[in-house]
Write a protein that binds this ligand. Structure first.
Ligand code: ATP
Ligand code: MG
Length: 233
């Protein structure tokens, strides 16, 4: 599916400042991603993958360059505007799930809709639908410690989906899962891809990257390879 450009990065750089020390984490990245693409970002530890993901997800702002997300220049936005873009356009999935421990699966999935200001009834209904979509309708009232690792990640994916974002970002989504559970999570992400979602994931593992259709390799904060390939059967 291709109905236009979702992401346009030009000369994007991020330099962290620690006192007098400057750490250039991302150094001049150009990248175009169309709606509906499914891509993996690979690269060794410290190559800038998480920094780039944070920039893509509007969790952080670049020190140089421009970023257009869904047709809007977001590189110069302030905190509040960025938070609004994030809430509207981006769903996040993390290696460590990042669920609220004392809230049920349903409440965790509802959370982004509370930020979005939706009324309670609609929130509940949409969260329930998202949980159903990830195959967890029967676990809505479980708290994270009453779920398996794979189920926790499904809840996190439901939470990422529930606002119908333009973009889903996943930083090492299978990093804390065994290989069988990783395959199940990748199968679920594959379903979202076939449903037309735009997905970007970070992974160290080439067999995880092989589920996507495009692999970008970072080295020292720069893109050194950008390969497209067919999806894994
Ligand atoms: N908040 C920060 N302050 C200062 N330097 C940082 C900060 N975050 C990351 N860095 C530095 O920026 C560089 C890129 O870090 P980043 O976390 O993006 O790497 P990564 O590719 O995600 O690595 P990993 O595979 O280990 O997660 C590293 O040299 C790191 O030390
Ligand atoms: Mg990282």
């Amino acid at each position: 599916m291709n109905d236009g450009t979702l992401i346009k990065l030009r000369g994007i750089a991020k330099t962290y400042r620690l006192g007098i020390q400057e750490v250039p984490a991302v150094r001049g990245v150009d990248l175009d991603v169309d709606r509906g693409e499914y891509l993996a970002i690979m690269g060794s530890s410290g190559s800038g993958k998480s920094t780039l993901m944070n920039l893509l997800g509007c969790l952080d702002t670049p020190t140089a360059g421009s970023y257009e997300l869904a047709g809007r220049d977001v590189s110069g936005l302030g905190e509040d505007e960025l938070a609004a873009v994030r809430n509207h356009e981006v769903g996040f999935v993390f290696q460590t799930f990042n669920l609220l421990p004392r809230s049920t699966a349903l409440q965790n999935v509802e959370l982004p809709l509370i930020y979005a200001g939706l009324p309670a009834g609609e929130r509940r209904a949409r969260a329930a639908r998202a949980l159903e979509q990830v195959g967890l309708a029967d676990r809505s009232h479980h708290k994270p410690n009453e779920l398996s690792g794979g189920q926790r990640q499904r809840v996190a994916i439901a939470r990422a989906l529930v606002t119908e974002p333009s973009l889903i970002l996943a930083d090492e989504p299978t990093g804390n899962l065994d290989s069988q559970t990783s395959r199940e999570i990748m199968a679920l992400l594959g379903e979202l891809d076939r449903g037309g979602r735009t997905l970007i994931l970070v992974t160290h593992e080439s067999d995880i990257a092989a589920y996507t259709r495009r692999i970008i390799r970072l080295h020292d904060g720069r893109i050194v390879a950008d390969e497209r390939h067919g999806p894994q059967a």
